[in-house]
Structure formats: structure tokens, C-alpha cells
Design a protein around this ligand. Structure first.
Ligand SMILES: *Cc1c(COP(=O)(O)O)cnc(C)c1O
Length: 422
């Protein structure tokens, strides 16, 4: 079942025709499928059924309240990396007892907010952070559960900007310092050491780096137990990749769970995991309208009304997103090699490079695929383009889950100093 499919020659999101949705909300806009979100969550839940496992949706991939609430209703927890994400998770109905707080730069204020909320666990990424969290917890008369995020120095074979488990990355406590960090944590009265945490990167399309990291973690759990720590849980992190192109088929949550159980199953630990992209990436598309087709001397450019400020992944990570017309092309229609670009004044404003596309003209709608993760959340208002709407579909129903703000709201957010006031 593909939630985004042609029906009668027109692209639909579940039971909702995309042209009608475009008419209702205007272009460009994001469209998410409830069925796709739920299906991905259930794949994880079923894969870990029978084990003590909590799936903490990593909010940073898509933090729309409606998306978080969809997962919360299925029993998901949340992995948050800022006070803002903590507030979003709580507002969407995720119980504090299911929230883990990750991130290399938690401030005192952020820690205090999470301690006050009574979250499940802090994933601590450095020794200075241990000391500060201890102070904050003691100040609140609390003892908080922690795991230490260790850096296993494993190459995740992913894009350099989203690899996090190499020794040269800023994330986690260096492997050689891990036991000492645990010993320090155990001496801090505001902290209760409960687990080990590892997260080696994102868009990982091969189980081997995960397996290498998990094996190292298993060895560390044995050592820590021998050192006298009561390690009861392992946080597996996130990072499982999705298919952005037809040819690659990354491992499924089932494959991932089988491997995790094989490598870690005899430790008697509970599992926490923090999937983001693999829950939401293929549950969203970005719908855009062609403004112009411009035939240059070297290339044909299809200029869309969506741009790098709406979806920055192609510009930032050289990421590939499929681009398809909303009206299904005939099998025998002519194809032309084009670049899909946006209107932003940057040559890097690219949405799809060198694509074989059917004939397109001004006014046609296209869908940019696999845009559910790291799309809307990374958007900006560069070129004074207001953030674009997000919609959520469920069967025949749709809802605008973030409306398009008026341009006036952009201007109204600024203030003139007194000497420039009219
Ligand atoms: C980003 C992040 C995740 C989620 O990664 P995905 O690749 O989206 O699954 C999980 N844990 C931490 C600590 C992260 O920073």
C-alpha cells in the first residue's frame, strides 16, 4: 500500500485528491498521511513485541503537533533535543514518563524544565553536562535517571553532515572515557545511572554499522556491571534510513529489531529507541506548482513555487527526492531532462537535478516525494517567503495542521527602533 498513489490518473494522498487539496490550501504545501505514519510506527512496535521496549519518536524530524499526537495516541514516547521540543511533546499528549532528552548542549534552564516535568531519562553527552545536571537535580530536590551517550567511533557510511558516532564528531562521551564518566556519575547524588545510550547518525541504510555499535555497547554493559553499575536499559538511538530512490531498499524495522535482539538480547536490558526519519520520511510529500518552464542554452529549468527555504535537504546534503507530476503521465509520453529549481536567489536552490520528466507547463502540479522528515522543520523564511502550510490526511478527510501565515505576520514580527519610527 502506497499512501501516495495515482487513482484514475490523479495523485492522491490516501483518499484525498491532491489537486483539490492544492485548491483548498494553495501551493506550495506539505501533505502527510496518517496511514503511513501509523504503519511505520506499528512496524517498530510489532518488531519489538514481547520485549520491554519503548519507541520514542525523535521529534526533530517533524515536530508538527498533529504528527506527534498521531504517534502519542499509539503509545509512543518522545526523544527531544530542546526545551521547545519538550514542550511540544507534552502539549501533544506524550506522558513525561515516556520522554527522553538528548543533545550535546542542554542548558541549565532546559534541564530544569525537564526535571520539573519529570521526564523518563536524560541522555548525557559529556562530563561537564553530568556535573551540571547533578546540580540542577539537587537544586530541585530530585534524583534523575540518566544514560550516558557513548561515542563508539563507528563509521555509519552516511552523509558527513549526519554522521554522529565517529571520534571526530561532537556527540557522546569518547569511548576511552566512558567507564570513568560512569564512575563520576555514580558518585553524584542527583543522578541515578540506569543505562547506556548510543546514536551513530542518520539515514543509515545498512545494518552493519548499527551492529558494530551495538556489539561495542554490549561489551561496555558487561564492563559497567563489573564496575558495580546497575545497567537496566539500552537506548539504541535512531538513524534507520529510508528509500529516497526506487533502487535502494534499506533494512526494515523488523530486520533492525532482529539484529538488536541477536546482539543485545542476552543482557536482560529494556530497550529505548529514537527513530525519526524512518517513521515520518516517506509519510510526507511537498506539493508545488510550476511557475515557468525556462529553456536555457545548456538546460531546461522547471521553476517551481517551492524552494530551498521550504525543503533544504537537496541544497544542504545533496539529497535526492523523487519529483513526480500530479497528473499521471502516459507511459509513452515524451521525456525531457530538466532541473527542478525554486525561485530563491541562490544557484544552490535546487529540488531535483537532471531528471527525466514528462512535458510540464506553467500551472502544473508536482509532488516532491519523501519529504516528511527534515522538511518543514528545517524551513526558513529566506527571501521573505512565509512558511508553507502543512496538511494531514486520514482516509477521505484532510486538515490543515499548520496554516500559511500572511506576509504581514513576517513584517509585524520586526520592530523599528525609536529613531526610525515614523
Ligand atoms: C536526530 C536524532 C535521532 C533521530 O534520527 P533519525 O535519523 O531521524 O532516525 C535520534 N536520536 C538522536 C539523539 C538524534 O539526534
Amino acid at each position: 500500500m502506497n499512501p501516495f498513489d495515482y487513482r484514475g490518473g490523479i495523485l492522491h494522498a490516501e483518499g484525498v485528491a491532491i489537486p483539490g487539496l492544492a485548491e483548498a490550501v494553495g501551493t506550495p504545501f506539505y501533505c502527510y498521511s496518517t496511514a503511513a505514519l501509523e504503519r511505520q510506527y506499528r512496524l517498530y512496535a510489532e518488531a519489538f513485541a514481547g520485549t520491554d521496549a519503548l519507541i520514542c519518536y525523535s521529534l526533530k524530524g517533524n515536530s508538527n503537533q498533529a504528527v506527534i499526537a498521531t504517534f502519542a495516541r499509539l503509545g509512543a514516547g518522545a526523544d527531544v533535543v530542546s526545551e521547545g521540543e519538550l514542550a511540544r511533546a507534552l502539549a501533544a499528549g506524550v506522558p513525561a514518563a515516556k520522554i527522553v532528552f538528548s543533545g550535546v548542549g542542554k542548558t541549565r534552564e532546559e534541564m530544569a524544565a525537564a526535571v520539573k516535568a519529570g521526564i523518563r531519562q536524560f541522555n548525557v553527552e559529556s562530563e561537564p553536562e553530568l556535573a551540571r545536571l547533578n546540580e540542577v537535580a539537587l537544586g530541585a530536590n530530585r534524583k534523575v535517571d540518566i544514560a550516558i551517550r557513548v561515542n563508539p567511533d563507528v563509521d555509519a557510511n552516511t552523509h558527513a553532515k549526519i554522521t554522529t558516532g565517529k571520534a571526530e564528531n561532537k556527540f557522546g562521551v569518547p569511548w576511552s572515557r566512558a567507564r570513568e564518566a560512569y564512575a563520576r556519575a555514580a558518585r553524584m547524588p542527583g543522578l541515578r545511572v540506569v543505562g547506556v545510550d548510543v546514536h551513530i547518525g542518520s539515514q543509515i541504510v545498512d545494518l552493519a554499522p548499527f551492529e558494530t555499535a551495538f556489539r561495542k555497547v554490549a561489551g561496555l554493559v558487561h564492563e559497567l556491571r563489573a564496575d558495580g553499575h546497575d545497567i537496566t536499559g539500552i537506548d539504541l538511538g535512531g538513524g534507520l534510513g529510508i528509500a529516497y530512490e526506487d533502487e535502494e531498499a534499506p533494512p526494515s524495522p523488523g530486520d533492525y529489531a532482529d539484529m538488536a535482539r541477536r546482539v543485545l538480547g542476552n543482557l536482560g536490558c529494556s530497550y529505548t529507541m529514537e527513530p525519526g526519519r524512518s517513521l515520518v520520511g516517506n509519510a510526507g510529500i511537498l506539493v508545488s506548482r510550476v511557475i515557468y518552464v525556462k529553456r536555457g542554452e545548456a538546460k531546461t529549468f522547471v521553476i517551481l513555487d517551492a524552494a530551498m527555504n521550504d525543503l533544504i535537504r537537496p541544497s544542504l546534503y545533496d539529497a535526492h527526492h523523487g519529483v513526480i507530476p500530479v497528473t499521471e503521465p502516459a507511459d509513452n509520453s515524451a521525456r525531457e531532462r530538466v532541473d527542478f529549481v525554486g525561485p530563491v536567489c541562490e544557484s544552490g536552490d535546487i529540488l531535483g537535478l537532471d531528471r527525466l520528466a514528462p512535458p510540464l507547463q506553467a500551472g502544473d502540479l508536482v509532488a516532491i516525494l519523501s519529504a516528511g522528515a527534515y522538511g518543514a522543520v528545517m524551513a526558513s523564511t529566506y527571501n521573505s517567503r512565509p512558511l508553507i502550510p502543512e496538511t494531514l490526511v486520514s482516509g477521505e478527510k484532510f486538515a490543515v495542521v499548520r496554516p500559511r501565515p500572511p506576509i504581514e505576520a513576517l513584517i509585524a514580527a520586526d520592530r523599528l527602533p525609536p529613531w526610525l519610527a515614523p
